[in-house]
Design a protein around this ligand. Structure first.
Ligand SMILES: NC(=O)c1ccc[n+]([C@@H]2O[C@H](COP(=O)([O-])OP(=O)(O)OC[C@H]3O[C@@H](n4cnc5c(N)ncnc54)[C@H](O)[C@@H]3O)[C@@H](O)[C@H]2O)c1
Ligand SMILES: [Zn+2]
Ligand SMILES: [Zn+2]
Length: 347
């Protein structure tokens, strides 16, 4: 089979590799019919993720069809259309049992293993461990191009942004960063009845998208960002500020936007320490949340996509076939210039 193989920082190749096979009785093999690229894949290619070594097949998101099942698999059969999520879970360890498979102890102490600790989904076929507890059947009403965004970005914006931020009816919500993750938060905030959703970004195209995704207001980043956002509230700031970029300054912006008693939900992956003004923040009774996505909201999100409440397909802006995967990476790596959000890759 063919797959996209990582060969150290800056190097990858679409090349021949041994076929994916069932290795454990709890495995299945899935023929990948749709995959995508995540910002994390770009970090890996920059050499930022030391656990990813030469020879690893990249990717942690897929929709496809089961082609082989291990002897112990009960819930899936050859021919089933499935969603392969970013997080793999045994279902039995302490973290899986408390609904936090992002820290599944059985699969390696971290639930994100595809394209990280084991071979990933940017390939013609992928081996899926713990298939019964990890895979999701895709309902017939949901297309591949909708389901693919439920593998990672939609559950991330929803779980680590909207749910952790505790968005409630009537709330005013600010989302700093309108990339795929921030827009996923925008898209799912309405489900909790937010009265106002303010998207903040430095990129005009992303802000236009935010309005399409259900934002009520947008603010282009500039010297007056905090004042502009607070002016859209009752003067006290937002109930929930979601950070979806991953820079010190954007977390500080989110912290400046939140009203007393509100929540700052940090979704961004930070690469450097962030100094927070605790001397000003302590008296505001604010909550700061953070974390790795668990993808446990996928069943809920699948139902909302199937019923038409979440137009997940809006996330895909560019389409490529596997033989053009290099081009897909180039477009995604320079997403702003290419007016891209997420790329859809198919055989
Ligand atoms: N916690 C998790 O489990 C998890 C999972 C997936 C991704 N993430 C993280 O979420 C973050 C967002 O991911 P993404 O895929 O949407 O990234 P992205 O690069 O597509 O989007 C980031 C957005 O932030 C905007 N931006 C850049 N600088 C800004 C600034 N100073 N102020 C406001 N906006 C600014 C960009 O224009 C872009 O639209 C990343 O840090 C990613 O690593 C976290
Ligand atoms: Zn990802
Ligand atoms: Zn587990």
């Amino acid at each position: 089979m063919k797959a996209l193989v990582y060969h150290g920082p800056g190097n990858k190749a679409w090349e021949d590799v041994p076929d994916a096979t069932v290795q454990e009785p709890t495995d299945v093999v899935v023929k990948v019919e749709t995959t995508t690229i995540c910002g994390t894949d770009l970090h890996i290619l920059q050499g930022d993720v030391a656990a990813v070594t030469d020879g690893r097949i990249l990717g942690h998101e897929a929709v496809g069809t089961v082609t082989a099942v291990g002897d112990a698999v009960r819930g899936f059969s050859v021919g089933d259309r499935v969603l392969v999520p970013a997080i793999t879970k045994c279902g039995r360890c302490e973290y899986c049992q408390r609904g936090m498979p992002s820290h599944c102890q059985t699969v390696g102490g971290i639930g994100w293993i595809f394209g990280h600790l084991i071979d990933g989904t940017q390939a013609e076929y992928v081996r899926v461990p713990y298939a019964d507890t990890s895979l999701y059947a895709v309902p017939p009403e949901v297309t591949d191009e909708q389901a693919i965004f439920l593998a990672d970005s939609l559950p991330t914006g929803y779980e680590v942004g909207v749910l952790a931020g505790n968005v409630r009816p009537g709330h005013t919500v600010a989302v700093v960063g309108a990339g795929a993750v921030g827009l996923s938060a925008v898209l799912t905030t309405g489900l909790w009845g937010a009265s106002k959703v303010i998207a903040i970004d430095s990129n005009k195209f992303r802000l236009e998208k935010a309005l399409e995704f259900g934002a009520t207001d947008t603010v282009e980043v500039g010297p007056g960002t905090v004042g502009d956002v607070v002016a859209l509230t009752d003067g006290l700031g937002v109930d929930v500020a979601i950070e979806a970029v991953g820079y010190p300054e954007t977390l500080l912006t989110a912290a400046s936007l939140v009203r007393p008693g509100g929540t700052i939900a940090n979704v961004g992956v930070h690469g450097t320490p962030v100094e927070l003004p605790m001397q000003d923040m302590w008296i505001s009774n604010v909550t700061l949340t953070m974390g790795l996505v668990d993808t446990v909201s996928i069943p809920t999100l699948l139902k909302m996509v199937a019923s038409g409440r979440i137009p997940a397909e809006k996330m895909g802006t560019h389409r490529f076939t596997f033989d053009r995967i290099d081009e897909a990476y180039s477009v995604f790596a320079d997403a702003a210039a290419n007016l891209a959000l997420k790329v859809v890759i198919t055989p």
